[in-house]
Design a protein around this ligand. Structure first.
Ligand code: FUB
Length: 347
């Protein structure tokens, strides 16, 4: 994450010139789901006929902004839920606090959740005592928690932004990774190198990772693997193709038998998607789900509820500050050929 030029937010009019677009005032298509706290990175799931949203809980941590996103100093998770889109949103309070995660040091970033056999699982990235991002898991008998963390991070896990996808056969997979402050550039062949550098220019861009989850949903089964995102000619993206290459925030959903991997391009602020025939890919790039939002980060989830598809995302409408975000939702539509209709968050 780097410093950004963020123009002040005035009323419901937003200016998105921070992303080099024309200096036009536009209105957001959706309003923040809650305004009493700052929330981001919404991972939405349908449990018990309700929509549960597992977001980051943004706070003013008083830490100076830098390229590693140190000012994103979140310390707990709070879960939101609602019975219908547009309905009342319940804030269920603190579901997991960093002080109750024995190995965690700082920065509780974007989480995800899953359900299996009567147990709800919360997956979360947080820096360990060596300042290395790892992914933890916590469990609860209720979707809103409170969650109890396992005493150690998931063995073999690293970097940020876990997305747990459960296939129709019941098998669960975790997708994860994020470059820059998310540290993915420091990992090669699942080995850590603190001096690992960001890719440049014509170098192949870093790829997101996948791990099969074991039947207890708390451990990886087998090796962590890279996920290939390719263009229509079968080529991997280079770092210079940063409007399409993976940066962070992987999300996987299934639609009409195909696997859709969506992700943020980070410094170019797109949420893109690519389609594959199985959970491991390769995934072929198809286009943009969500154009840049107000703020530096973009992060989303896609979920079906009562026969319609929805995109959960965030921007900084409430605060105008890159690290104090608010979650939103809007309908997502497919074309007959399975492509996704690109969403403009401001019109
Ligand atoms: O919320 C902290 C980080 O910002 C997330 O992990 C990234 O996906 C970005 O949204």
């Amino acid at each position: 994450m780097r410093q950004m030029l963020l123009l002040p937010f005035i009323g419901i009019l937003v200016s998105i010139t921070a992303f080099g677009q024309s200096d036009t005032d536009k209105k957001p298509i959706s309003q923040p789901l809650v305004s009493h706290i700052y929330t981001a990175d919404p991972s939405a799931h349908v449990f018990k006929k309700r929509i549960y949203i597992y977001p980051s809980h943004d706070i003013e941590a008083g830490i100076k902004q830098d390229d590693d996103g140190s000012h994103f100093g979140m310390q707990d998770y709070r879960i939101l839920s609602m019975k219908k889109i547009g309905g009342k949103v319940t804030d269920h309070g603190v579901a997991l606090d960093i002080k109750d995660v024995p190995w965690a040091k700082r920065q509780m970033w974007a989480p995800d959740a899953a359900y299996k056999n009567g147990i709800y699982y919360l997956y979360f990235p947080v820096k360990d005592q060596d300042d290395i991002f790892r992914i933890g898991v916590a469990t609860s008998s209720k979707p809103e928690g409170p969650f109890k963390a396992e005493p150690a991070p998931i063995k073999g896990s690293y970097s940020i932004d876990p997305c747990v996808f459960q296939d129709t056969d019941g098998q669960a997979y975790m997708y994860f990774g994020g470059i820059w402050g998310g540290q993915l550039q420091r990992w090669t062949n699942n080995q850590y190198d603190g001096n690992g550098k960001l890719k440049k220019g014509a170098e192949t861009a870093c790829l997101p990772r996948i791990a099969k989850l074991g039947s207890d949903m708390k451990a990886f089964e087998g090796e962590v693997k890279e996920i290939k995102i390719i263009d229509e000619k079968g080529n991997l993206f280079t770092e210079s193709q940063n409007d399409k290459r993976f940066f962070e925030a992987a999300w996987v959903h299934k639609y009409n038998g195909k696997y859709y991997l969506s992700y943020s391009t980070g410094d170019t602020h797109n949420i893109c998607y690519a389609i594959g025939d199985n959970p491991y890919g390769p995934f072929t790039y198809k286009g943009i789900v969500l154009k840049p939002v107000l703020g530096w980060t973009s992060h989303h989830s896609i979920v079906e509820y009562k026969g319609k598809w929805y995109l959960f995302y965030h921007d900084v409408q409430l605060s105008g500050k890159t690290h104090l975000r608010n979650v939103k939702v809007t309908e997502l539509k497919y074309n007959a050929d399975g492509s996704i209709q690109t969403i403009e968050a401001y019109k």
